[in-house]
Design a protein around this ligand. Structure first.
Ligand code: TXA
Ligand code: MG
Length: 316
């Protein structure tokens, strides 16, 4: 694909206006959020949304998250409830996605939900994403801006590397601060269910709920590609919980240690999350198997381990 077909847009008024105009024409524009770059399209247009599935080579049964600027905008598309209210009050805008039943007159294109009667909605905190949503004036469907199954993008360069030539534009707004996708909580059948660990730690969600958070039952119908065993995968093989690199391996470290790249020398899990995808992209360029140091499984470390396990899983 000819990467020059994809315009890199600055996050200034001119770039924003261009991005809005492309989106209004039903074209695809990648934009930064605090978690990862999203590949945006008008969520009300099946044709625009079809473009997302084509560009990412994403299986059509995997529904997309719809991004809106605030809670009121979310309520135009879903049936709200008290738990949604409590979680939204605590974590929106921010890296939390809620799955709720669609409401009458929701206006969302059927392709977005892959035919489900539920919708994943998220209110990003990132200023550039907020500006784009408000200037566009409608819901944007946006999966992570990477080819399906591959490492997510936390910079405009990553997006260009994966999707250059296949999308109309990339609104360049620097590096994503959180670095891991949003936490997804399902609120569709009674008790809240954790569908994907992510940027908001499970412990924080439990505190707000004042109750346990159910994990998605094993063997349940697959509703998230992030739940697939192999996902977020570099080309090279990954070996987890490695104390040190074997001969021929490069090492992704954590904490004070000898390694090729370090997620966080000071063992800071937030810093490690922010570096995870960028470091995996970089190590993958070296074309050698990657040994990964153990990461503590608390707080956002839970989500880091989730991504690493899927990145290391046998490829399908
Ligand atoms: O942080 C994020 O969430 C990023 C940024 C761009 O916002 N987006 C993102 O999108 O990670 P994506 O498509 O890579 O992951 C969305 C996940 C998928 O695993 C999808 O299956 C799940 O959300 N999902 C979407 N709609 C759903 C629904 N109705 N029920 C259950 N899961 C759903
Ligand atoms: Mg993704």
């Amino acid at each position: 694909m000819d990467q020059s077909e994809t315009q890199i847009l600055n996050s200034d008024a001119r770039g924003l206006a261009r991005a809005v105009s492309l989106l209004k024409q039903g074209r695809l524009v990648a934009f930064a959020t605090e978690t990862v770059y999203g590949l945006g399209a008008d969520a009300r247009s099946d044709t625009a949304v079809a473009g997302i599935f084509a560009a990412k080579n994403r299986p059509g049964f995997n529904p997309l998250i719809v991004h809106v600027p605030d809670r009121d905008a979310a309520q135009a598309h879903v049936q709200w409830n008290d738990t949604a209210e409590a979680l939204a009050a605590a974590f929106w805008p921010g890296p939390l996605t809620l799955v709720l039943p669609l409401c009458p007159g929701h206006g969302i294109a059927p392709l977005v939900t892959a035919g489900l009667d539920t919708l994943a909605v998220r209110v990003p905190a990132h200023r550039g994403a907020q500006n784009l949503l408000r200037a566009f004036g409608g819901p944007l469907a946006a999966p992570s801006a990477n080819p399906s199954g591959r490492i997510s993008a936390t910079s405009a360069a990553h997006v260009m590397e994966g999707l250059g030539g296949q999308i109309a534009g990339i609104l360049d707004d620097g590096i994503c601060a959180v670095g891991l996708e949003s936490t997804i909580v399902g609120l569709t059948d009674g008790e809240p269910v954790l569908l994907r660990p992510g940027g908001v730690a499970v412990e924080q969600i439990k505190t707000i709920l004042g109750a346990p958070l159910k994990l998605r039952p094993k063997g349940a119908v697959l509703t998230a590609p992030g739940q697939m065993l192999s996902h977020y995968a570099p080309r090279s093989a990954l070996r987890l919980n490695a104390v040190s690199a074997h001969e021929g391996e490069v090492m992704l470290g954590f904490g004070p240690q000898k390694c090729t790249l370090n997620l966080s020398k000071s063992s800071d899990l937030s810093e490690a999350a922010a570096n995870l995808f960028a470091h995996l992209h970089q190590l993958d360029q070296l074309g050698q198997p990657i040994a990964v140091a153990p990461i503590p499984a608390h707080g956002i470390g839970h989500a880091i381990n989730d991504r690493l396990q899927r990145a290391a899983a046998p490829r399908t």
